[in-house]
Write a protein that binds this ligand. Structure first.
Ligand SMILES: Nc1nc2c(c(=O)[nH]1)N[C@@H](CNc1ccc(C(=O)N[C@@H](CCC(=O)N[C@@H](CCC(=O)N[C@@H](CCC(=O)O)C(=O)O)C(=O)O)C(=O)O)cc1)CN2
Ligand code: MET
Ligand SMILES: [Zn+2]
Length: 777
């Protein structure tokens, strides 16, 4: 009999209980013990769900107060020195200081977890980093599960992945660690201690996650696996090495050679990798088959899964484990909380499976394996049959096709992806029209999403206030945002995005081919969640989505008002997407919908339009050999969305959270007139590539980090701008924050922007002086 398990379960709670408890604690509205109770109840509930579904273990160690990487650092005691915390005495509030910063200390940097929309806190490595043991939370959670008599499997992030994901920093004395792997002996010693302790606590299996194996790994990293796992396998529980997010068949020999007890393979992202492994599978070794998609919400094709699993089961028997492709962290918790409505009707709902439903799929597969179809109990048979019917209906549904969209795709011409003129001509036309000062100041789009705004939207959704009341409340907010920007003296204004719940969900709600949920939350970082909309059919824009809001905002000011849209790649990347057609096709459909919106904005007198693409880099495949194909269609989709306007209309784009330097030629190929990017947290390091590459168009490098409540000083922003001037010509340089301001409050926002505008003014004055001096000479 095969076993069933999950690599991890969402921790946020089906009703975002953890988010609510965290934010209440941070506000000071509740005590630490109340937060701890919520955490404990959530863990218990999630373990019980795993048991009830029929899984063979509960997974312990997937819980984190903020982030699983930070939890690992807290466990090992590898706390960045600059915080001056004693690792073995780290408190929960210290932990939150690491994650969120304080008045005096920058928070740890946050970045994307592989190609997901989840963000982890980046370990900071220096030659002084120690790993001498930290908090006991993992052991306490384990005891908690054991007390409940659950069979347990513990999950840890693997040592090589942990090292790889960190960033090397200078010490206080400015010396730099040469290579993260120089820390390996210390890390391994720490992991050995953890494993020994887990063994003492009676743990039989530890799942050790090494997702870096699905990247293009340099040889020094690959070579570190065998010696590392030789050490780790001594005096330790059994180790299941988990790989996910891609195929690892290039490393099959290496993986075979490791002294481990099992391997998990992602059979969704790496469908064809099995053969490389099963040929000479080591006797006694477990194969955990990641057969249920942990990154998407479609109900599985159980018959097809079974077909793939049968031969494995035949070969491996009880050594076959059945699992989701990766942790279920990336999907919402429970479809059963969704009431059917026009946003998610019964038919579309029957096509879906969230984390809870996926547990059930795993259990079903387990019970069907090795049993004759006729011998299956009637309930299992019924569930297989239901799944089959739903899948069949989805395939044949008329709702997934839209002829208008299909025809427009066919009719696209090359010229549709080109602006009328080259950048030099466009920017001249735009300069003449707008007459902006040197170093124009602007913001990225959103202003604080206050409690009042959210409550008003919630009341509207519940039907407690009518359309007109809601409209007026949002208009009041827009008026307020415009007034504030005028007062601050910003040059290019935005309407503030008050009417949007989220930059992706908002558009999904207005497009055909999309469904959306009430509780389909997925953790993005810390307590912040997103509710990715679900693309099930051809994407079509029945009517304008943003025009009246932008038009209203423009009517309040004589300054340029940027229209604000979310780009095709980001719309795709941050939604749950169809698995029945290529991503590129869906992206192009979205691009066409956006193109119409862009043109309608232009006709309505909106002369600057920003098309955000923060997920452009995130969508890049993990393996370099797949980059070009992605970048080609992604750039094309952006250009289809943006190129339908006249030269005078200024197209902006925005990207954040990214390592841009490896894709600069493609960013340039997007040919936006202005790009605003996140650069402040890296101290403008990210900008250097743009300079070296001679990035041709206008750039606004972010001058302050909007993720922190800290108010940036004029001086520090001036300094960053001077750095920017070294690589970007003055005429091309804009001044703006790193990203949108929706997560900040008003007082912070005003203070920060005031300082930003002052910094820009000081710099302008300096340049004017320089010019006068040059003329005088
Ligand atoms: N999709 C997406 N991905 C992204 C980003 C993004 O903006 N969108 N930004 C980057 C960083 N990620 C972020 C992700 C989430 C949030 C965020 O603020 N999320 C909000 C939820 C936003 C939302 O959907 N809000 C809804 C529903 C809000 C809500 O909870 N309403 C209450 C009632 C209102 C109240 O009393 O507060 C309820 O329903 O009970 C709305 O405004 O309408 C949160 O977790 O708090 C910020 C940044 C990267 N990835
Ligand atoms: C994550 S990128 C955010 C861009 C969006 N226009 C905003 O300001 O919120
Ligand atoms: Zn951003």
């Amino acid at each position: 009999m095969a076993l069933a398990h999950t690599l991890g379960f969402p921790r946020i709670g089906a009703k975002r209980e953890l988010k609510i408890a965290l934010e209440s604690f941070w506000r000071g509205d509740s005590e630490q013990h109340q937060l701890q109770t919520t955490g404990s109840l959530l863990r218990q509930r999630h373990w019980q769900q795993q048991i009830d579904a029929g899984l063979d273990f509960v997974t312990v160690g997937d819980f984190a107060w903020y982030d699983q990487v930070l939890n690992t650092l807290a466990l090992l005691g590898a706390i960045p020195e600059r915080f001056k915390f004693k690792p073995s005495e780290l408190t929960l509030s210290d932990y939150f200081t690491l994650a969120r910063g304080s008045d005096k200390l920058h928070a740890m940097e946050m970045t994307k977890w592989f190609d997901t929309n989840y963000h982890y806190l980046v370990p900071e490595w220096t030659s002084n980093t120690t790993f001498e043991g930290g908090v006991n939370w993992l052991y306490e959670e384990l005891t908690e599960a054991q007390k409940l008599k659950h069979p347990t499997k513990v999950v840890l992030i693997g040592p090589l992945t942990l090292l790889y994901l960190g960033k090397i920093k200078a010490n206080a004395d400015q010396t730099k660690l040469k290579h993260a792997l120089d820390l390996l002996p210390r890390v391994l010693a720490a992991y050995q201690n953890v494993l020994k302790r887990l063994q003492q606590l009676g743990v039989h299996w530890v799942q050790i996650d090494e997702p870096i194996l699905s990247l293009d790994l340099a040889s020094e990293w690959l070579n570190a696996f065998l010696p590392s796992y030789n050490l780790l396998s001594q005096n330790a529980p059994k180790l299941l090495l988990a790989t996910y997010f891609g195929a690892v068949n290039d490393h099959a020999d290496l993986l075979h050679s490791l002294p481990i007890d099992g391997i998990h393979l992602d059979l969704i992202r790496g469908q064809n990798q099995l053969a490389a492994f099963t040929q000479n599978w080591p006797t006694g070794r477990v194969l955990s088959a990641g057969i249920i998609d942990g990154r998407n919400i479609w109900r599985a094709d159980l018959d097809n899964c079974l077909e793939q699993l049968q031969p494995l089961h035949h070969q491996l028997g009880a050594q076959l484990w059945i699992a989701p492709s990766c942790s279920l962290l990336h999907v919402p918790v429970d479809l059963n909380n969704e009431s059917t409505s026009i946003t998610l009707d019964a038919e579309v709902k029957s096509w879906l499976a969230f984390a809870t439903q996926k547990l059930n799929e795993l259990a079903l597969l387990k019970s069907a394996l090795g049993t004759d179809r006729d011998a299956l109990n009637s309930d299992v048979r019924q569930q297989f049959s239901d799944a089959r019917i739903a899948l069949d209906k989805r395939k044949k549904s008329a709702r997934i096709h839209n002829n208008i969209v299909q025809n427009r795709l066919k009719e696209l011409r090359t010229s549709d992806a080109h602006r009328q003129s080259a950048f030099a001509e466009r920017i001249a036309a735009q300069a003449e029209k707008w007459q902006l000062p040197l170093f124009p100041t602007t913001t990225i789009g959103s202003f604080p999403q206050t409690k009042q705004i959210r409550q008003s939207r919630a009341a509207f959704k519940r039907g407690e206030i009518d359309n007109l009341t809601y409209l007026n409340q949002m208009r009041d907010e827009i008026r307020h945002v415009v007034e504030q920007q005028e007062k601050l003296g910003l040059d290019v204004l935005v309407h503030g995005e008050a009417e949007r719940n989220d930059m992706v969900e908002y558009f999904g709600e207005q497009l055909w081919g999309y469904a959306f949920t009430e509780f389909g939350w997925v953790q993005s970082y810390g307590s912040r969640c997103v509710k990715p909309p679900i693309i099930y059919g051809d994407v079509y824009r029945p009517e304008a989505m943003t025009v009246s809001w932008s038009q209203y905002a423009q009517s309040l000011t004589s300054k340029p008002m940027k229209g604000m849209l979310t780009g095709p790649v980001t719309m795709l990347q941050w939604s749950f997407v169809r698995n029945d057609q290529p991503r590129s096709t869906t992206a192009l459909q979205i691009a066409l919908a956006l193109r119409d919106e862009v043109q309608e904005l232009e006709q309505a007198g909106i002369g600057m339009i920003q098309i955000d693409e923060p997920a452009f880099r995130e969508g890049l495949p993990l393996k370099q050999k797949e980059w070009a194909a992605y970048l080609n269609w992604a750039v094309h989709a952006f250009r289809i969305s943006s190129c339908g306007v006249t030269d005078q209309t200024q197209i902006h784009t925005h990207m954040c959270y990214s390592e841009f330097n490896d894709i600069l030629p493609w960013i340039a190929a997007m040919d936006a007139d202005v790009i605003t990017i996140e650069t402040s947290r890296s101290d403008m390091e990210l900008l250097e590539g743009f300079g070296e590459f001679n990035y041709p168009n206008d750039i606004g490098p972010g001058v302050y980090d909007i993720h922190s409540p800290r108010i940036p000083t004029v001086l520090e922003m001036e300094k960053l701008l001077r750095k920017a001037r070294e690589v970007i010509p003055d005429a091309r340089l804009w001044v703006n924050p790193d990203c949108g301001l929706k997560t900040r409050n008003w007082p912070e926002t005003i203070e920060a922007l005031k300082n930003m505008v002052t910094a820009a003014q000081l710099l302008r004055a300096e340049v004017t002086k320089e010019k006068l001096q040059e003329q005088a000479q």
